[in-house]
Design a protein around this ligand. Structure first.
Ligand SMILES: Cc1ncc(C[n+]2csc(CCOP(=O)(O)OP(=O)(O)O)c2C)c(N)n1
Length: 278
């Protein structure tokens, strides 16, 4: 399905997705939710689902669909919100997030009927699977793309680099990965935990790299995705998008406290009011 949505339309979708993240995270109650990682990735996921990817919610398994893998699976709320707002998941199911019988679990669990391509959450694994999916498409002469969302802390995982080298060797130019570089991981700032030059590293392993100065700017994200998708470099593509953890909610922005936690009523009211007045 060709995606002809306007930027204004996608902006509106992104705003609704942010609201969905807060609603779902709040209903999880004491079980808590990964608010910060979901909110930093909204513009990336919205750009993919409402502009860049070829997909059809009415036909979730159509062979020619582009595949999306959320390797940073703990941020599932941005993924679920895109699946809800594009029609893969009934909006009423939002209230079941993290419920015992719900398929909307705390990390994505493969569910093709509802657009979830793979289970993810063990950091690094989703990225390696995405490389395998891109290789499989090459072997089968399929011309769809694979898009994969990775965290900057996730890039500390060894499996990432094994898969990255393999992806370059296999010339997986049908693969576009995006690092959500929000600078904060579970236990501290990414630069305090493993201070690496991600741009240099990805280039060193043979990937084509594009940096997005503001990964919460929809136009910039769409531009980078289109550029990488259409690139003829013959290399796998990596977009490193600088984002803000917890983007859109003042008390969450850049905060380690809001990597994952429960939200009380007062915080919920403030978050909703900030989104309504944004
Ligand atoms: C293999 C593995 N180790 C540890 C974890 C626990 N864990 C969950 S989220 C997280 C931090 C991820 O940080 P980052 O990739 O920067 O993503 P962000 O939350 O900033 O979006 C960690 C270590 C995990 N899910 N998988």
């Amino acid at each position: 399905m060709e995606n002809k949505n306007t930027v204004e339309f996608i902006q509106e979708k992104a705003a609704v997705m942010r609201r969905d993240v807060i609603e779902m995270g709040y209903v999880a109650g004491g079980r808590g939710a990964h608010f910060g990682p979901a909110l930093s990735s909204i513009e990336i996921v919205a750009s993919l689902f409402f502009k860049v990817m070829n997909h059809d919610p009415k036909e979730p398994t159509m062979p020619e669909r582009d595949r999306f893998v959320q390797s940073k699976g703990h941020a599932c709320l941005s993924y679920y919100s895109a699946l809800i707002e594009s029609g893969y998941i009934d909006k009423e199911l939002m209230s079941t997030f993290k419920g015992d019988e719900s398929f909307l679990s705390g990390h994505p669990s493969r569910n093709m009927e509802h657009g979830i391509e793979i289970s993810s959450g063990s950091l690094g694994n989703g990225f390696a699977i995405a490389c395998g999916m891109a290789k499989a498409a090459k072997i089968k002469n399929e011309d769809h793309y694979v898009y994969c969302l990775v965290g900057d802390g996730e890039c500390n995982e060894g499996i990432i680099w094994e898969a990255a080298m393999n992806g370059a060797k296999n010339k997986l130019d049908n693969l576009v990965a995006i690092v959500d570089r929000n600078g904060v991981q579970l236990a501290g700032k990414t630069s305090d935990i493993m201070d690496v030059d991600l741009v240099a590293l990805w280039k060193a392993v043979g990937w084509e790299v594009e940096v997005v100065e503001d990964g919460n700017d929809l136009l910039l994200v769409i531009e980078a995705l289109e550029k990488m998708k259409n690139s003829k470099s013959g290399k796998p593509h990596m977009i490193i998008a600088n984002t803000t953890k917890g983007k859109g909610i003042s008390f969450m922005e850049g905060s380690l406290d809001w990597h994952a936690r429960a939200m009380d009523k007062e915080q919920y009211d403030q978050a909703v009011s900030e989104l309504e007045n944004a």
